[in-house]
Design a protein around this ligand. Structure first.
Ligand code: PMP
Ligand code: GLU
Length: 393
């Protein structure tokens, strides 16, 4: 039979990229649209990274590389995991993929069978549940709330673990809420995982440098090294080094899993782009001081956006501790509460009509609100907030 496979019928196009494509299209038609829909730093990729990419091309890095990445990049990734996340690993336990997204997809598809369950904290990044469903698994939502800064307690996880649970997803700092898990909470989660030997943890640390809370970034594989064989940690350069278009992500975990992800990669995309790999080596091995400067810029933007949003009647957001998103509640604007929007999709379309592209909360498993990215300049953010205020007045 022709047509869509059962696997594909379970998923839809990514709502974040769909809204961003829509905003781009409207701009091309001449409309004045501010896009706060995509999570992508507005900074230029650092010059030393660009130079490394050019030099690689000139040196003939235009051919296939080993499927799971060059040895140079695997070693640079080990340096990154050790220096930035405190995770000791080796090249045989590292895979390089076309973005963190591909690594996450491969980890899920390589391990989740029909009927398996994956615990996903919600609001979630749009692609997590789709990856699980594509693989045939069921998503078990772990609800979190704005009143608790969108963090769950370790006890909340235990109640959801069943005989078919094979993963818990962790994303700190998190998209779309900015939730950051401190070490004590992660240690508590580690205790729960220790009691359930069939459960693994997929730790998405792609926003690690963008942590505005006190203290260093905390991650499970560092805090619970005895669980290292049950944790897959995903990281990359897209968000940290403003390299979204290079498409490089890295993951480390138990060798059997990394090998399985490699099997999938060898039969699908093959190796990540050779030039991009050379650029990522420069990103991991080159200067890192600018990350702290960028973090301060993001922190300023965050404070400005949070104040601006919370000053608009009917909108509220907690202060995100990390990443570059605000997850905004707009429930007073919904018809069930006396407002004028039937649901958050109608609200997002209304904002688009007023020149601001945002993503409806329901895309992230939430409701009655929307996500904005503040990875853009302060002037643009200020204008976007003015437009949102006008649109809702
Ligand atoms: N994880 C999260 C939580 C993200 O927001 C993103 C952004 N797309 C990714 C993974 C993947 O990033 P990329 O594939 O661009 O490296
Ligand atoms: N992670 C970013 C976002 O949530 C990029 C788009 C995507 O890959 O979903 O906007």
């Amino acid at each position: 039979m022709t047509g869509l496979s059962q696997h594909l019928q379970r998923i839809e196009a990514s709502p974040t990229t769909a809204m961003t494509d829509r905003a781009t299209q409207l701009r091309e038609e001449g409309r004045d649209i501010i896009s706060l829909s995509v999570g992508e730093p507005d900074f230029a990729t650092p010059p030393h990274v660009i130079e490394a990419a050019k030099a690689a091309m000139d040196a003939g890095a235009t051919k296939y590389t080993p499927v799971t990445g060059t040895m140079a990049l695997k070693k640079a990734a080990c340096l990154h995991f050790e220096r930035d996340l405190g995770i000791a690993t080796g090249p045989s336990r590292v895979i390089v993929s076309a973005g963190g997204k591909q690594a996450l997809f491969e980890a899920i598809v390589a391990t989740v069978s029909e009927g398996d369950e994956v615990i996903v904290p919600s609001p979630w990044w749009v692609s997590y549940p789709q990856m699980v469903r594509f693989a045939g698994g069921s998503v078990v939502p772990l609800r979190t709330h704005a009143s608790r800064n969108f963090r769950f307690d370790p006890g909340d996880v235990e109640a959801l673990i069943g005989p078919r649970t094979n993963w818990l997803m962790l994303n700190s700092p998190g998209n779309p809420t900015g939730a950051v898990y401190p070490a004590d909470m992660l240690l508590g989660i580690g205790e729960v995982i220790r009691r359930h030997p069939g459960v693994m943890v997929l730790s998405d640390d792609i926003y690690a440098p963008l942590n505005y809370s006190d203290g260093p970034h905390a991650t499970l594989a560092n805090l619970c090294p005895d669980l290292a064989d049950r944790i897959c940690t995903v990281s990359g350069v897209s968000k940290s080094h403003a390299m979204t278009g290079f498409r490089i992500g890295v993951a480390t975990g138990p060798k059997w899993l990394i090998d399985a992800m490699g099997t999938l990669q060898s039969n699908s995309s093959g190796n990540p782009a050779a030039v991009s790999q050379a650029a990522a080596v420069a990103a991991f091995e080159g200067p890192q001081q600018f990350l702290a400067e960028w973090r301060e810029i993001f922190r300023r933007r965050r404070d400005m956006v949070v104040a601006g949003i919370n000053a608009i009647p009917g909108l509220s957001t907690p202060v995100p501790d990390g990443a570059f998103y605000c997850f905004i509640d707009a429930s007073p604007h919904m018809t069930k509460n006396g407002g004028r929007f039937g649901d958050d999709k109608a609200l997002a379309l209304h904002l688009l009509d007023h020149g601001v592209a945002v993503v409806a909360a329901s895309a992230f498993g939430g409701k009655d609100g929307f996500r904005i990215s503040f990875a853009t300049g302060e002037d643009v953010l200020a204008e976007a907030i003015r437009r949102i205020e006008t649109a809702l007045a």
